[in-house]
Design a binder for this molecule. Structure first.
Ligand code: KIV
Ligand code: ZN
Length: 533
């Protein structure tokens, strides 16, 4: 299954013609590793393959596909992505132990361009409390781990976890030995998002100029967003000579997230006058990628998020609209088309047939297998019956849901709800669990609570519900509702998303999706989150 058109290599080459190769910045996407570590953002194998395929088509240079030792599921996802990806380097993360490195080496073995990314914490607080190792022991582990990784591939990245809070002399020694043992990329993470641009600039500059062999490797940034400076710090790193940025779609990542891929790329594109750097990434795929990642991770994109937020190109106030009508440059610093945004277009109607629907899916960047296509078409017909105007966003919401749930163990088969004044709310739910259908009724504090109770009666579990959120996909009272549900069980969080014109059906779908992810998480065993930050 493919999610989008081919990476338009020819036009990227043309757009970058004449640019200085020394100003080329490699884009290292870690949505599938650091992004997926966000509490609740677990993705299925199929989700990960779709994201990886789109990243590859977008022209991302390196895809960090996962953390193979963390679980069998992660190992398999990295191996499958390694087999699927055609252009990008595929990278697996490992700590410094040989068992970790061997597992990562095994997982990326089939990649056209494999990379092992090995890391260890270097800061005093991590050395003391996480590793119980002194600085000399850490330096020795760096050398041994890089040498081990080099026995699998000559493309080895080494990272100093919590680099920005590490004593400079210790960091210098670690970088030196990593380079001596053959690391080709040295990554300087601001793991806890503590740095500020001037400081991060000085750090990268000092390392590049001081570490023996520093001119032979690619220096890389990896900035977290705890103080809202991940993008600014990454760009400061580039100005200081780093030529790889580690980032995620939508800035997905633990706590406040990672540097957002679409923001760093657009900053270099729009402000080439003071950031004269370039990438091979096709920015017209950003809107699609943002929606896909939001759908599969069930992490909604903040409305006013830079570049891909719903309001990023909206002009509401009279003064702004007046200016825009006279000349778009009054308030627009980049064209919506450059990030793949087109105006809400009326899509298809209830008389549209399979061929038109297939064609529309193709335009929107989807190619579905036969079963997924038939199911999506059926749901589209239902939607067109209920909703007068079907927009492209409606089709995207519908297909994203169809694809994300096609391998689920629990499926919503039927739902009826009664609520209102006078009688207690009641829900009747029918689910198919591993092929067997069961129905239950329940009453609760309102219709949504009743639905969730009925689902719980069919699939008993102890998960808490820390989040229930409803949004509209498009405008109008007949808009599809998009519901997010987060469940938490034994410290593991999962998020589910559901869309439907009926908010109750969307709620049931979201809850069922979250339950499916919980089952998947239970099977996966220890989660990566406990193992890397
Ligand atoms: O934030 C961090 O330090 C990391 C490393 C594992 C690269 O994600
Ligand atoms: Zn990180």
């Amino acid at each position: 299954m493919s999610t989008s058109g081919k990476h338009d290599t020819a036009s990227m080459v043309a757009a970058n013609a004449g640019k200085d190769p020394k100003d080329r910045v490699l884009i290292f996407d870690t949505t599938l590793r650091d992004g997926e570590q966000s509490p609740g953002a677990a993705m299925t194998m199929e989700d990960k393959l779709r994201v990886a395929e789109l990243l590859d088509e977008m022209g991302v240079d390196i895809i960090e596909a996962g953390f193979p030792i963390s679980s069998n599921g992660d190992f398999e996802a990295v191996s499958e992505i390694a087999k699927l990806v055609k252009n990008a380097v595929v990278c697996g993360l490992s700590r410094s132990s040989f068992a970790d490195i061997d597992r990562a080496g095994e997982a990326v073995r089939h990649a056209v361009k494999p990379r092992i990314h090995t890391f260890i914490s270097t800061s005093p607080v991590h050395r003391k409390w996480k590793l119980q190792m002194d600085a000399d022991q850490v330096v020795a582990a760096v050398g041994a781990s890089v040498a081990r990784a080099r026995s699998y591939t000559d493309n080895v990245e080494w990272s100093a976890e919590d680099a920005t809070r590490t004593e400079r002399d210790v960091l210098l020694r670690c970088c030196e030995i990593a380079i001596k043992q053959g690391a080709t990329t040295i990554n300087i993470p601001d793991t806890v998002g503590y740095s500020v641009p001037e400081e991060y600039y000085e750090l990268i500059k000092m390392l590049r100029e001081t570490v023996p062999g520093g001119d032979k490797v690619v220096w890389s940034t990896h900035c977290h967003n705890d103080l809202g400076m991940a993008v600014a710090n990454s760009l400061a790193g580039v100005r200081a000579g780093a030529r790889q940025i580690e980032c995620t779609i939508n800035g997905l990542g633990e706590r406040a997230g990672n540097a957002a891929l679409e923001e760093v790329v657009m900053a270099m594109k729009v402000r080439g006058d003071i950031l004269p750097y370039w990438t091979e990434v096709d920015s017209t795929k950003f809107t699609r990628a943002s929606k896909l990642v939001a759908a599969v991770s069930a992490f909604p994109v903040q409305y006013n998020k830079a570049v891909v937020g719903r309001n990023a190109f909206a002009h509401e106030s009279g003064i702004h609209q007046d200016g825009m009508l006279k000349n778009v440059e009054t308030y627009e610093i980049m064209k919506p088309e450059t990030v793949g945004l087109s105006k809400s277009t009326l899509s298809l109607g209830k008389l549209s047939g399979r061929a038109a629907f297939k064609d529309k899916l193709k335009q929107l960047g989807y190619e579905l297998g036969d079963n997924a296509f038939q199911d999506a078409f059926r749901r589209f017909k239902d939607l067109a019956d209920k909703k007068k105007l079907v927009f492209d966003e409606d089709i995207e919401a519908l297909v994203d849901q169809e694809v994300a749930t096609q391998y689920d163990r629990i499926k919503l088969v039927g739902l009826s709800v009664s609520a209102g004044t006078g009688a207690p709310p009641k829900a009747s739910v029918t689910l198919e669990v591993d092929g067997v259908q069961t129905s239950k009724d329940a009453s609760g504090d309102g219709p949504v609570d009743s639905i969730f109770k009925a689902i719980k009666a069919i699939v008993p579990h102890e998960a808490r519900l820390p989040l229930y959120q409803v949004m509209a996909v498009t405008e109008g009272t007949d808009a599809q509702a998009e519901v997010m549900v987060r469940l938490e069980e034994n410290g593991k969080e999962v998020t589910g998303r559901g869309a439907d014109t009926d908010t109750m059906v969307a709620s049931a779908r979201a809850y069922v999706t979250a339950l499916n992810k919980l089952l998947m998480k239970r099977q996966r065993g220890p989660n990566a989150q406990a193992m890397a930050s």
